[in-house]
Each structure stands twice: as structure tokens, then as C-alpha cells.
Design a protein around this ligand. Structure first.
Ligand code: GTP
Ligand code: MG
Length: 136
């Protein structure tokens, strides 16, 4: 059975949509394995988004993720990695469908409410990075 790493970004915490987001994953049938509200160091943000370190928006991305508390979570369930990405919606606002989290809450590519692991390898790496040994 799979686990994935999800994170409500500072804009989502600020807008008080943590409850709605958790409700969506609970209703779908996924199981919460860990959660914490936390401030993110630059070091952690840079490690988390290391794959984007050469992109022109990397500095902005790290500034944003460290700009306020995030709500980090691990969820477990059948195909949770890919299903959570579908529930989150597309990265580009012009492609994120209503009914998805981004499609319901976000209009900019940079402030898009939530992160979700994009593969099994990413999920394993991110769970270890954010929740090393802390899961129930
Ligand atoms: P995450 O779940 O946050 O990893 O988003 P994603 O997997 O849908 O997209 P991706 O990993 O490709 O990009 C990571 C994050 O970088 C996105 O969530 C965006 O917030 C940000 N990002 C992507 N493209 C751009 C861009 O062109 N400009 C800016 N400012 N941010 C971008
Ligand atoms: Mg990504």
C-alpha cells in the first residue's frame, strides 16, 4: 500500500483551507499517517525542490515556501500518489479543473495552495525528508 507526501503551502494555511483539504482526502478513503504545522528552513525548502534548482523561478519558489507556516502531511491508501495528484489538479491554472484543489482555490502558478509527490521515488524521498521516523 502506498504513502504520499502532501503539503498545504503558506497561501493555503493563510486562507484557512487546511480543514477542507484534509476532508477531501478523508472522504476519498485515505488514511492520515502524519501531520504537522511548521516553519520551513531555506535548507529544507531547497532540498525539497532540488529538482528545480536550475529553473529561473527557484529563488521565488524557496522564498514563497519559507514565507509562512506550511502544513505537512503523509497519507496512505491504494494508488494514493497518483490519485492525490488528480485531486490536487494541474500545475498551470489554465489547466486545473474545477473540483480539484487548485481548480477551486488557485489562480496563479506560484501560489497554488498544495504540493503532492509526483512519483513513488519522490514520495519515498519526501517522506524521509519531512517525516523521518515520525509516522504512526
Ligand atoms: P508541486 O506539487 O509544488 O511540486 O507542484 P507541481 O508538481 O504541480 O509542479 P512542479 O513540480 O513542476 O513545480 C513546482 C512548483 O514550482 C509549482 O507548484 C509552482 O508553484 C512552481 N512553479 C512551476 N512553474 C513555475 C513558473 O513558471 N513560475 C513560478 N513562479 N513558479 C512556478
Ligand atoms: Mg512537483
Amino acid at each position: 500500500i502506498e504513502k504520499t507526501f502532501l503539503m498545504v503551502k503558506p497561501d493555503g494555511v493563510e486562507r484557512q483551507v487546511i480543514g477542507d483539504i484534509m476532508d477531501r482526502f478523508e472522504r476519498r478513503g485515505f488514511e492520515l499517517k502524519g501531520a504537522k504545522l511548521m516553519n520551513v528552513s531555506r535548507e529544507l525548502a531547497e532540498k525539497h525542490y532540488a529538482e528545480h534548482s536550475e529553473r529561473p523561478f527557484f529563488g521565488e519558489l524557496v522564498d514563497f515556501i519559507t514565507s509562512g507556516p506550511v502544513f505537512a502531511m503523509v497519507w496512505e491508501g491504494e494508488s494514493v500518489i497518483s490519485l492525490a495528484r488528480i485531486m490536487i489538479g494541474a500545475t498551470k491554472p489554465s489547466e486545473s479543473q474545477p473540483g480539484t484543489i487548485r481548480g477551486d482555490y488557485a489562480v496563479t502558478v506560484s501560489h497554488n495552495v498544495i504540493h503532492g509527490s509526483d512519483s513513488l521515488a519522490s514520495a519515498e524521498r519526501e517522506i524521509e525528508l519531512w517525516f523521518d521516523g515520525e509516522l504512526v
